[in-house]
Ligand binder design. Structure first.
Ligand code: SAH
Length: 396
């Protein structure tokens, strides 16, 4: 039985030839057959040449996401088993035990567009973010359960991106046992509680794992300001690394509650792990007015730019924050500053941080360039996968 076919306009085949997996609606000349959402389609160039086999998404600007560029490879259960096994295999070499938390599948970068899989100890959390991954959800869940030998698979498809794909937001148990209220994980000597049901993303910012380790290594005897602290990950890492005290700033009440529980779990009292609930812009200004200062400042704000059009406004936000951070840094202090907006390019981010230092009247030098953890890889053909960037800056 032949699959429906998407025929591209003349000259619109270049990106698929470079193995970039997206076909935009504007590049399509015609669709043969009447594919349902998520159905596998053949993609052909204007001259009929076969290009890719992918998932059709009738409501999305990204009309097709390629599953494969190999004409001999069919998209079936065996396909998903193989892709999942490959994703797990490249990450299994550095497994560290039963409380380990890791990203197991990172969407396009693992050849599985629209699928995110994270492991928190015995529990696996999935997000189906495209019509294609949704179409194969039962197969994917069965294969994941088998390949990971997990106790349960929990769905966190409550990302707003689903609406662009014509999908409802959804959460719940898909296999095995319901996860407990909080799952305990271990990261670099820190014990951390993760709310996989209601926490941000799949429960935790796994992408910052290596950067938290870096803070831990630099934190001995330091007074640390951890702005945008979520459940306190950077702060706990700093204390485990011997920091004197950490001040966390975060606007979310539930995140702060979990942060306090995390401190207790690691035997750090409120004298060493303090939480300021509020808007970080305001709290940092107040700290400046109170002439407070820190040896280490961490800035890990949420995505300020959701689209290219928002980059300019985002730039002002980053500039204000970094300027404030430089004002709060003691001589010789370290700033760990991040942007998780993919639209904010590293060059521009660096310029913004430089502007912040200049306006604060501080001399500073970059001593490190930071990225998302390697279990969030970037396929060379899909540079969009790279979103988290950071600088380590030492002020004089
Ligand atoms: N550093 C954290 C992740 C931070 S994500 C970690 O390693 O786990 C960004 C955090 O900023 C979120 O927890 C969000 O609730 C918080 N946030 C968003 N806007 C804020 C604001 N204006 N002031 C303080 N916190 C804010």
């Amino acid at each position: 039985m032949s699959l429906p076919t998407v025929l591209l306009k003349r000259g619109r085949d270049a990106s698929l030839r470079r193995r970039h997996p997206w076909v935009f609606s504007g590049g399509i000349a015609s669709v043969r057959g009447d594919p349902f959402p998520g159905e596998t389609v053949e993609v052909r160039a204007h001259d009929g040449r076969w290009l890719a086999r992918g998932a059709y998404s009738p409501t999305s600007q990204i009309r097709v996401r390629a599953w494969t560029f190999d004409e001999g490879q069919s998209v079936d259960r065996a396909f998903f088993r193989r892709r999942i096994e490959e994703a797990l295999a490249v990450r299994s070499a550095n497994r560290q035990g039963e409380r380990e938390a890791r990203r197991l599948v990172y969407s396009e970068s693992d050849g599985l567009p629209g699928l995110i899989v994270d492991r928190y100890g015995a529990h696996v959390v999935v997000q189906f973010l495209s019509a294609g991954s949704e179409r194969w959800r039962d197969v994917i869940v069965r294969e994941l359960a088998e390949a990971t030998a997990c106790e349960g698979v929990y769905e966190r498809s409550d990302s707003s991106g689903r609406r662009l794909e014509g999908l409802e937001e959804r959460t719940g148990v898909l296999f095995g046992v319901e996860p407990p209220d909080v799952v305990e994980i271990e990261e670099g000597g820190c014990r951390l509680l993760v709310d996989v049901r209601a926490g941000h993303k799949t429960g935790f910012y796994l992408d910052q794992r290596q950067n938290r380790a870096l803070v831990r290594e630099q934190a001995r005897d330091a007074d640390v300001l951890n702005a945008f602290s979520y459940t306190g990950g950077f702060g706990i890492a700093a204390l485990v690394g011997g920091a004197r005290a950490v001040t966390n700033v975060e606007s979310s009440g539930p995140a702060n509650e979990l942060a306090r529980r995390n401190a207790e779990l690691n035997h750090f009292g409120p004298d060493r792990f303090n939480v300021e609930e509020g808007d970080a812009f305001r709290v940092l200004r107040r700290f400046r007015d109170e002439a407070r200062s820190f040896d280490i400042v961490i800035l890990d704000p949420p995505k300020f730019a959701e689209s290219a059009a928002q980059v300019e406004r985002a730039a002002r936000g980053y500039k204000d924050l970094n300027l404030l951070a430089f004002r709060l840094l003691r001589p010789g202090g370290l700033l760990f500053t991040f942007s998780c907006s993919g639209h904010m390019k590293p060059d521009l981010f660096q310029k913004i941080v430089a502007d912040g230092a200049l306006d604060a009247g501080r001399d500073a030098r970059i001593v490190g360039w930071l990225h998302q953890a390697p279990d969030h890889p970037t396929a060379l053909a899909f540079p969009e996968a790279s979103y988290l960037k950071g600088l380590v800056v030492r002020a004089t």
